[in-house]
Design a binder for this molecule. Structure first.
Ligand SMILES: O=C(CO)COP(=O)(O)O
Length: 214
């Protein structure tokens, strides 16, 4: 299982989370990545943890003020990028171009979607992975794997029907090792989470719990 910790714009210490994630990944032998604000990518990557951007723009080099250039986040140390997060929705054509921009820069890609139909559309863009996150469960206390297990199994089937090579992650409300195991049993090969780590009093303990059943 891949554990991708999205720090969103939460007021946590990205270096504290990054060093904890690096150590827990190493100790448990589990792949864990941290996705900080773009301005923190370099300092987070410098800790040695796998680092992801939260978004990259569809454009390449040029007159594109305000863009987040895929090449720039890769040079800063990012190895992958989220795209189309529920809190940063994009048009299909732009998501497609962002996937291509990320590929050119050597970044792994994960396209987020609300439901299995959107997962199928996202998988058709041939990212490395897709992530199903029901918006109504994001930031809540109940894991998607418990509250809506069908959405996870349906997302796995939808992606598989389009492209067997696209990995499927799930997210929303995941905070414990049991949640991660349940997600794995439903067919997900990774999880996306945020508040369970970024808002935890002890992010290291939260991460240790997340990997405890793997
Ligand atoms: O949006 C999410 C991860 O990208 C999920 O957020 P929570 O883990 O806070 O529900």
């Amino acid at each position: 299982m891949f554990i991708l910790v999205n720090l969103k714009a939460y007021p946590c210490d990205p270096i504290e989370v990054a060093t904890a994630a690096r150590d827990v990944a190493e100790d448990a032998g589990v792949r864990i990545a941290v996705s900080p604000q773009a301005a923190h990518i370099e300092s987070v990557a410098d800790t040695g943890v796998e680092t992801w951007a939260q978004h990259v723009s569809p454009n390449g080099y040029g007159s594109f003020t305000g863009s987040t250039l895929a090449e720039a986040v890769a040079e800063a140390g990012a190895e992958g990028t989220l795209l189309n997060h529920s809190e940063n929705r994009r048009k299909l054509a732009d998501i497609d171009e962002s996937v291509r921009a990320a590929e050119r820069a050597g970044l792994e890609t994960c396209v987020c979607a609300n439901n299995p139909d959107q997962i199928a559309a996202a998988a058709a863009l041939q990212p490395d992975s897709v992530a199903v996150e029901p918006p109504e469960l994001i930031g809540g206390d109940v894991s998607v794997a418990t509250a809506d297990p069908d959405i996870v199994t349906d997302a796995v089937a939808a992606a598989g029907g389009v492209d067997e090579d696209v990995d499927v992650y799930c997210g929303a409300g995941i905070s414990t090792g049991d949640d991660v195991v349940t997600a794995e049993e439903l067919g997900a090969s990774g999880i996306l989470l945020a508040s369970g780590v970024a808002k935890a009093d002890d992010p290291r303990a939260a991460l240790e719990d997340l990997v405890s059943g793997l």
